[in-house]
Ligand binder design. Structure first.
Ligand code: HEC
Length: 148
């Protein structure tokens, strides 16, 4: 009898620790990313990108938005986006930005912001707490036969 109580107590403790650990490990990288993304968002406005690309849209060339799966598959590497920012796109209205206008670090933050506009890949598994608790279930108990 006591062993059941003990098992429940132990399970509770384990899941509390598990929950605490998964909270810490899932929040910390979030925070780090948040700063690059929010810095990038500010730079995006300051460098006038926002004027032509409000919220990642494209006012001059509406099909060339900076978000969504189509964009993501055409720009697999961050370096490809950096190249567009550095060189511009001739005769389209997309200007080029020199290192005096935007440092490499600033371009990196802007790219982090642009990436954040596209739905992130599914969250890593194992971040959810255990759904089935250690509570003993009656479901497995043998059912009494009505007509023996
Ligand atoms: C004066 C308007 C204007 C400004 C300012 C501007 N862009 Fe653009 N941008 C465009 C246009 C127009 C295109 C589409 C070019 C084309 O037709 O391929 C474009 C394309 C792009 C693309 C490629 C999109 C694709 O789907 O191929 C990226 C990435 C981009 N811009 C990022 C930026 C960033 C970052 C900034 C700020 C540092 C910025 N743009 C500033 C007008 C602008």
């Amino acid at each position: 009898m006591n062993s059941i109580l003990l098992r429940i107590a132990r399970t509770r403790k384990t899941s509390t620790i598990f929950l605490a650990l998964s909270l810490v490990s899932s929040i910390q990288p979030e925070l780090a990313k948040e700063t690059a993304v929010s810095r990038g968002k500010n730079l995006f406005a300051k460098a006038t990108c926002e004027g032509c690309h409000p919220g990642g849209e494209n006012l001059l060339h509406p099909s060339k938005v900076l978000k969504g799966q189509n964009f993501a598959s055409r720009y697999k590497n961050d370096a490809d986006i950096a190249k567009v920012i550095r060189s511009g796109i001739r005769d389209t209205g997309m200007p080029s930005f020199t290192r005096e206008q935007l440092s490499d670090a600033e371009v990196k933050d802007i790219i982090a912001y642009i990436r954040s506009l596209t739905a992130p890949p599914p969250a890593p598994t194992g971040s959810k707490g255990p759904k089935s608790s250690g509570r003993p279930s009656k479901a497995n108990a043998p059912t009494k036969k009505l007509h023996p």
